[in-house]
Design a protein. Structure first.
Length: 234
């Protein structure tokens, strides 16, 4: 993202707007997808590539020794010396031009060897390896702000697209005994517990009455004789 000048002031960088139409694992795949849209005559001005989940990756290329450091300094110093000798040869005659370039290469190589050896000695062996650093994203999303449906359909054919719809997995039918109730036409098997309710919806009578408690007979109540309300005749 870059800063743009609007009205005499710089505009702060902002995240791009759009709908994600494809996702790729590497930047090369995302770049190839945009190139594919361009070949299909799609308006690629509405396309943006966004790298997410950035990582700083340092790849070790080898072991660094004094000889390798001196050789690297000599090669880079020779190039700078040849350039300076070529610049000095413009102010000299044609015969001495080649000598200026030759002296520049030799002097640059010696200076580069000395400086590289000195820097390697100053590190004290704390970094005895060579490496290359780069910023890498875990995922590259392709966004579109116009023609979303068309771009989505086109990128379904691009290699590496992680947003392709996957077909539903069909569960293979087991040839052995299945779980009770998994098929509508399955009949009850031995040892399966049935519902306590009968077919008519009423409660089912207990199957074993041997251990049932005996019914208690109603207790007899003593009836007291009513008092004779008759009085003797006078």
């Amino acid at each position: 993202m870059s800063l743009r000048a609007t009205g005499g002031s710089l505009q702060m960088p902002v995240m791009p707007s759009g709908t994600e139409i494809a996702s790729y694992r590497t930047y090369a795949e995302a770049q190839a997808a945009v190139d594919f849209l361009s070949d299909e005559e799609f308006d690629v001005k509405s396309i943006t590539i966004v790298g997410t989940d950035l990582h700083l990756v340092e790849r070790v290329t080898g072991r660094l020794t004094m000889a390798k450091a001196a050789l690297s300094g000599a090669s880079s110093g020779a190039l700078w010396g040849a350039f300076m000798g070529l610049m000095m040869s413009f102010a000299s005659t044609n015969q001495s031009a080649f000598l200026w370039v030759l002296f520049g290469i030799a002097g640059g190589a010696l200076a580069g060897t000395f400086m590289s050896g000195l820097l390697y000695a100053m590190t004290g062996g704390r970094r005895d390896f060579t490496s290359q650093s780069q910023v890498v994203a875990s995922r590259y999303a392709v966004l579109a702000s116009a023609g979303i449906d068309q771009a989505f359909e086109l990128l379904q054919r691009s290699p590496g697209n992680q947003m392709r719809p996957r077909p539903a997995r069909r569960r293979p039918e087991s040839k052995g005994p299945s779980e009770y109730g998994s098929r509508p036409d399955e009949k009850p098997r031995f040892g399966v517990r049935l519902s306590d309710e009968g077919e008519d919806g009423g409660a089912e009578a207990p199957r074993d009455n041997e251990h049932a408690a005996p019914a208690q007979e109603p207790a007899e109540t003593a009836v007291e004789p009513a008092e004779d309300s008759r009085k003797p005749l006078d």
